[in-house]
Design a protein around this ligand. Sequence first.
Ligand code: FES
Length: 158
Amino acid sequence: MQTESINVDTIVDNWNADNSFLIEILQDVQEQYHYIPKDVAEKLSEDLDVPLSYIFHIATFYKGFSLEPRGKHPICVCTGTACHVKGGARILDNVMRDLGVSKEGQATRDMLFSVESVRCLGCCGLAPVVTVGDEVYARSSSLKVKKIINKIRRKEQS
Ligand code: FES
């Protein structure tokens, strides 16, 4: 599948096609497509004169990037020690079941959500912690996350 290149051109132009802003450019691509499509990575490699292997290295090194389509509202469930003790793994299982996804990182059919575990979000005192998009939810629970998902679904459908 060929991804529309007009948006990629705009993103590259916004950063003056300067490859020292590769991470920022990849962040914009991730935000636009919810992942880094292969054809976009190839185009960036050409436009920015950066080896494709380096783009893939960056895209796989940083957790914020994905080479697979993610949902519009990515959910991260912390399963670090403090959150694990307070039920993080159970929340992860329940959220995956509620969303009907069988593996971490897989987007829902409507492409609204994807869920994955993370190892410590750096706010262990608030365990168990879940993030949905940019929002951080402290002392979370499966029910709390389910309500957030339903709220976002209603908003997206209105
Ligand atoms: S272990 Fe979950 S925030 Fe640190």
